[in-house]
Design a binder for this molecule. Structure first.
Ligand code: ATP
Ligand code: MG
Length: 272
């Protein structure tokens, strides 16, 4: 059963989509079956993976609205074991349609239920808001990864995000876990970046902070214009190698597989 991980921060432009696309790609390259769900009406992750405007005729909107099944929405990427479901701008309209709906906080969760067993990881890229779309992304997930730019204002918004996660867990009976914050667009030569990163690691942030810091690296910004993750663009640049290390850290958090039950009575086979 997949680990469902939402990549969330209500602050805009902090590296959510860059993290979702590249972390997902590296986790797939390390042998896991991965699905990326674009749940942001901006559809940046979809275009970073090569979705054209025409191809967005059927998007996650149609899935959560119950118009098509998940299987019809899943698209391949250029990487083995890495699929995605695109978003489209009219996903924003879903917010209005959902207001009257019962269980409106759980529609993405219900939708993912039908394909969850087919993947090891499902990543959800979320918009820069704490809207109902984001709440749906969070209730659909088991875990959340929070990309944080190492700047002063970034820290200010984090409290509000953690409060929202607590409220969701209390009021909607979920058990969403913060598996970690990841520091993005890091420049070790900028004192502010270094100070903020140090603050985050010294208890300002009450959850794990991944050891890997994602450096500011132009290849990460360029790769989407070639419709591919950085692993298929410039895999030996500092940004690419950082996302590979982050993928290894996320994989290292996996729970060990359940041991199959072995009865001592059946344990004495001799192979001749
Ligand atoms: P939004 O809130 O609008 O969804 P976001 O949080 O998803 O934004 P991204 O779109 O991933 O943020 O990144 C914002 C911009 O910064 C993009 O142009 C992206 O290419 C660039 N960017 C992200 N990470 C890096 C990095 N490590 N180095 C250089 N550029 C980066
Ligand atoms: Mg984004």
């Amino acid at each position: 059963m997949a680990r469902v991980i939402a990549v969330c921060n209500q602050k805009g432009g902090v590296g959510k989509t860059t993290t979702t696309v590249n972390l997902a790609a590296y986790i797939a390259s390390l042998g896991r079956r991965v699905l990326l769900v674009d749940f942001d009406p901006q559809a940046n992750a979809s275009s970073a993976l090569g979705a054209t405007v025409q191809a967005l005729v059927q998007s996650i909107y149609h899935g959560v609205a119950g118009l098509v099944g998940a299987q019809q929405l899943v698209r391949p990427t250029m990487l083995f074991n890495f699929h995605y479901i695109p978003a489209a701008p009219h996903l924003a309209g879903l917010l209005v349609e959902l207001v009257e709906e019962q269980d409106r906080e759980f529609i993405l969760r219900k939708f993912l239920h039908t394909i969850r067993h087919e993947y090891d990881y499902i990543f959800i890229d979320l918009p820069p808001s704490l809207s109902l779309l984001t709440v749906n992304g969070l209730t659909a997930a088991d875990e959340v990864i929070i990309p944080v730019q190492a700047e002063y204002y970034s820290l200010e918004g984090l409290g509000q995000l953690l409060e929202t996660i607590d409220l969701i867990n209390k009021n909607l009976q979920t058990e969403l876990l913060v598996s970690g914050a990841v520091i993005t667009m890091f420049n070790k030569n900028e004192q502010l970046n270094v100070d903020v990163a140090r603050q985050m690691r010294s208890g300002h942030f009450p959850h794990p902070v991944f050891t890997t810091e994602i450096p500011r690296c132009v290849s990460l910004a360029e790769a989407p214009s070639f419709s591919r993750p950085v692993i298929l663009y410039k895999p030996y640049t500092a940004g690419a190698l950082a996302y590979r290390r982050l993928a290894q850290e996320v994989i290292a958090q996996e729970k060990p597989p359940q041991q199959p039950y072995a009865s001592p009575d059946f344990g004495n086979f001799n192979i001749i």
